[in-house]
Design a protein. Sequence first.
Length: 115
Amino acid sequence: QVQLVESGGGLVQAGGSLRLSCAASGRTFSASWFRQAPGKEREFVAGVVWIGGSTDYADSVKGRFTISTDNIKNTVYLQMNSLKPEDTAVYYCAAGVAFRRPAYWGQGTQVTVSS
């Protein structure tokens, strides 16, 4: 069992930046970020392989968001730049083998982007 604890959410104006952090209690093959906006299904945002650093992004965040890891701290980050109101959602850290089908989930952190 891997526990994931997110931090770094908050309120930011459109065009601003936030960095989310996710501390993992153990190591898996990959880690991902998902998000869920009110009234919408949860969607994949970004994924990274712990060893090697291969990444994948949703089209909606490419060029604005960057996922990265600190392998010593067992922490995965999501740097979010040029934020838009449509990025408002609860962001979840996840981990497992496949980016888009993780086995473990964090509790979520709210990100609100005001226009």
